[in-house]
Design a protein around this ligand. Sequence first.
Ligand code: PMP
Length: 310
Amino acid sequence: MALPSSAEKIWFNGKLIPFADAKVHVLSHAIHYGSSVFEGVRAYNTPDKGTCIFRLDDHTKRLFDSAKIYRMTIPYTHEQLNQAQKDVVVQNGFKSAYLRPAAFYGEIGLGLAVPFNTEADVLVAAMEWGAYLGEEALENGVDAGISSWNRLAANTMPTGAKAGGNYLSSQLISMEARRHGYGEGIALDVNGYVSEGAGENLFVIRDNVVTTTPVTAAILPGITRDTIITLLRDMGYEVREQNIPREALYLADEVLMCGTAAEVTPVRSVDGINVGDGKRGPITKKVQDAFFGLFNGTTEDKWGWLTPVK
Ligand code: PMP
C-alpha cells in the first residue's frame, strides 16, 4: 500500500498521523456503497509566494457542497479543512503536491441506509503527482475517443457532486477508451450532447469562439473549467456555455481538456479524426501559458486564487 510519492503523514479526523496508520474497517459503508465525497486539489511552487494551494477556498466549498447534497455532516469548519490542506503539504515537506481531501462514512454499515447518526470521517492526503495525462500530452495533445457509456442522467445521480460513486461512470469511460488505444475517453450525456472527459471538462474552439459544455450536460462543474473561462474572457475571447453536438468535436479548430489532475491538455484527435491539423492550437497554447503562468509568476493572480501554505 503506497502512495505514488513519499508522503509520510495524512490528516485524518483532525490529526496528522503516520501514513500507515490511516485505516478503515473492511465493512465500512463507504467501501460497500460508495458513500464518499472528495476533492482533488493542487499546490504549486511559485517564485514569489512559495508553495501555494490553487483555489483552495473553491475546492473546500465544493467539498461541503457535495456533502450537503448527500446530507452528510462534515464535523469540521471550512477554515479547519483549509488549514488541514496547508498542514499536510508543509508537514510532508512538499513544494508541490496533489491533495486529496475526502469525507466518507467509515462506520460499519451493511444496511443500504446511510448511518444517519454518524458524522463523516474526514481525511486530507497529499502526494507528489505529475501530469495526469502525461507530460508529453501537455504539448502534443491526447487522442480521445467517444465512449459508448453515457454520463449519468440528471435524475439518477447528481454529477454536480464530486462523490466517490460517480467515479464508476468515469472508470467505465476511461477503461473503454484505453482498451481502444485512446489516451482518454469523452462521454456524451443521455441526450446525446457532449458531456465531459472521464475526469476533465472540455472546451471546443472554432473560428476564435470558445464553447464549453453547460452544467446541464451532466458535467462536474470544474474549478479548472471556471479558471479557463475566466482567463480566456480576460484575454478578450468570447466563451459560450452551451450544448455541443458530437460532430463539433470533429470540426473544431482546437479541443482542450482541463481539470485539476489533467491541468490544461490539448486534444489532438477524436475518434481518430484530427482536431484541426492534429497539433496543439494557438488558443490552447495561450491559455495553457496563462494557466501555468499563475504558478511560474508570468500571469498576475488578479483573482486571489493562490493561497500560500505558510
Ligand atoms: N469532471 C470530472 C468528472 C472530474 O473528475 C474532474 C476532476 N475533478 C473535472 C471534471 C474537473 O474538475 P476540476 O477542474 O475542479 O478538477
